[in-house]
Design a protein around this ligand. Structure first.
Ligand code: PLP
Length: 391
């Protein structure tokens, strides 16, 4: 695939370039020990990490577009200010979704929104209801609060079991703090249809909040899917979480938000830290306006996902139909050692997602990175062996 990068990486702002230069002068410097990717926990230098194909964290490999870089570069003069000037980010998000600003709450990434929702809504021994696997950071937040998690299994086709969710909520009514619906779901990439969302909201008591995590909304093509944002305008107890980390390539800059009814946000706001990066607020406004670059990322991502999954199918491996910037392939053997084998070949892939321990999650990187993934896959799973187990 011929890719014309819409962004000039050379025009990266000076401060960041200086920091990168500093790190490259210190090849012994070890990356911090936290983080989801196993490679980061091991002894990997920045230079080694840079050289790897990074298909582990569902990041956008192309970086922010020119318009966003310019907005952030111009905003650097506000690096010494805490909250203002902010580029009008809340108003821009509100306008983008056609809601009043009072229905918008910013977070340092949508991860902060999920964490705040847990703190605010799981008080007094309340439980969260969701599926497993799903975005497990949500459940980690709940666990840190010692809140119970009702994690329901996925259906055979890896979709979320909406009737089971409804039953679990009804069965535990009064004890349920909120329902977590990741749509599309991470790590499977599968969507919940608009009819199923309606079925869920109509099937549970009106006063049970539903947190709908739409982190991967922008990649979806499935016509049966729709954003659940209109429910907020209807005053339903729905919190929509969105992020600038994926389609807008601002993961490291930390910006996300919730759109929800005023009363729900009133419960959540006291737990917000207000520590939103001063620069990314301007980048976020520019990102909302740059629909052309979002369309480009979606197109390239989805084409590359189709191409890679077709190559795996040709080798006899099944993949789960994904609408995201990642997919899962069924490798028919334990995933943990395979992750390590990929790492040795310079390819970082997703962590294990219990109980799907024979599935590998692969983020969509650049065409070059996907080529490296396929080369490594062919080496780790030689053709003759693969065909024998094909279903
Ligand atoms: N929700 C889902 C489903 C995710 O996959 C992620 C990150 O990968 C997040 C939320 C958090 O993203 P961020 O905090 O970068 O906005």
């Amino acid at each position: 695939m011929n890719v014309v990068y819409p962004v000039s990486r050379r025009r990266f702002f000076g401060g960041v370039a200086t920091a990168v230069g500093y790190l490259s002068l210190k090849p012994h410097l070890r990356l911090w020990s936290q983080g989801a990717a196993p490679a980061r926990r091991s002894q990997t230098t920045v230079a080694e990490y840079d050289a790897m194909a990074k298909l582990a964290n569902n990041e956008n490999p192309y970086g922010p577009p020119e318009s966003v870089l310019k907005a952030m570069t111009d905003a650097f003069k506000y690096a010494n200010r805490y909250g203002y000037p902010d580029g009008g980010i809340v108003d821009a998000i509100a306008k983008h979704h056609g809601v009043p600003p009072e229905n918008v709450m910013l977070g340092a990434g949508s991860g902060e929104i999920l964490s705040i929702a847990c703190t605010a809504l799981l008080q007094d021994d309340k439980k969260v209801v969701g599926v497993e696997p799903s975005y497990n950071v949500l459940y980690q937040n709940a666990a840190a609060l010692k809140a119970d998690q009702i994690k329901l299994p996925l259906l055979k086709d890896y979709r979320q079991d909406i009737p089971a969710m409804i039953r679990a909520v009804k069965h535990n009514y009064r004890d349920v703090g909120f329902v977590y619906l990741c749509n599309p779901n991470n790590p499977t990439g599968r969507t919940v249809s608009k009819q199923e969302v309606a079925q869920l909201l109509d099937g549970i008591p009106d006063d049970v909040p539903v947190l709908i995590d739409e982190a991967y909304h922008h990649f979806v093509e499935d016509p049966s899917y729709a954003t659940s944002l209109p429910y907020v305008l209807q005053g339903r107890q729905v919190i929509i979480a969105r992020t600038f980390s994926k389609i807008s390539a601002l993961a490291g800059m930390r910006l996300g938000y919730a759109v929800a009814p005023r009363e729900l946000l009133q419960r959540m706001r006291p737990f917000g830290t207000g520590t939103i990066n001063a620069i990314v607020k301007w980048g976020g406004v520019a990102a909302l306006n740059d629909t052309a670059s979002q369309a480009w990322v979606k197109k390239v991502n989805n084409e590359l996902r189709s191409k890679t999954t077709a190559q795996l199918h040709a080798m006899g491996y099944e993949t789960i139909p994904s609408e995201c910037n990642f997919f899962m392939v069924h490798i028919r053997k334990p995933v943990q050692p395979v992750i390590e084998e990929f790492r040795k070949k310079g390819v970082l892939v997703g962590r294990p997602f219990p109980p799907m321990l024979e599935h590998l999650r692969v983020s969509i990187g650049t065409p070059e990175e996907m080529g490296r993934f396929m080369t490594a896959f062919r080496e780790i799973f030689p053709a003759g062996k693969a065909a024998s187990g094909a279903k």
